[in-house]
Design a binder for this molecule. Structure first.
Ligand SMILES: O=C(O)CCC(=O)C(=O)O
Ligand SMILES: [Mn+2]
Length: 209
């Protein structure tokens, strides 16, 4: 999809990455009223839980709550742990259609994340699991308090940061996961909870492993 980036603003797509992939942000993908409604509904509907991850061979508890939701039969290994999906909620199913419409891509699952405070975070990683394919399209919706999202180039070390506001959509595509890592850093700022939804297409060939 070609986008007009000459006048990036709230109602426009803005390309965040300088090279080696694409991460396009639409800051006001949803209105304030819609975003408030979605945020409350998601917080209530999603079966949040604390998960362990394996980092450098060590098992630890992720500093955020999350839930893996998707079509029946879609399984995904995330942070070294294999998960089966929870069933779609009304709001997450509706937002899947919105993300498919905006990107032209198809999604069969979503990782929902709840950052309870500035202490909650997600370390440097790429969404490069083999079951996502070589150049995955990942649609990332944010609701609640804004947090800074950082990219770091794997070779040059260049970093690019962008703030993800309430009701924004960030679409990562192309070779982004090959060349860049990303994170949500902890912050000492006093921040309210934030919900993030990353819609993904998990390829069926890997599901019976
Ligand atoms: O919270 C975010 O904005 C991104 C989370 C993320 O990168 C992930 O869960 O893979
Ligand atoms: Mn990620």
């Amino acid at each position: 999809m070609k986008l007009d980036l000459k006048n990036p603003g709230d109602d426009h797509w803005q390309e965040v990455l300088p090279c080696d992939g694409s991460a396009r942000l639409k800051s006001s993908f949803f209105s304030q009223t819609e975003s408030d409604r979605f945020c409350s509904a998601i917080c209530e509907e999603v079966p949040w839980s604390s998960h362990d991850l394996v980092l450098f061979g060590k098992r630890m508890t992720e500093p955020r709550l999350s839930s893996w939701i998707g079509d029946a039969g879609v399984a995904y290994t995330y942070s070294g742990v294999r998960r089966s999906p929870e069933p779609w909620t009304v709001t997450l199913a509706h937002l899947r259609i919105e993300c498919e419409r905006a990107t032209g891509a198809k999604f069969n699952s979503v990782l929902a994340n709840l950052y309870r405070s500035g202490q909650d975070s997600m370390g440097w990683h790429a969404d490069d699991e083999p079951e996502l394919g070589a150049e995955p399209v990942i649609a990332s919706l944010s609701f609640g308090d804004e947090r800074r999202f950082d990219f770091r180039h794997r070779v040059s070390g260049e970093t690019v940061s962008v703030v993800l506001p309430h009701g924004s959509l960030l679409v990562m595509s192309g070779t982004t996961q090959t060349h860049w890592k990303h994170r949500i850093a902890r912050t000492k700022r006093s921040v309210s909870p934030r919900v993030n939804l990353t819609y993904r297409l998990v390829l069926p060939a890997r599901n019976d492993a």
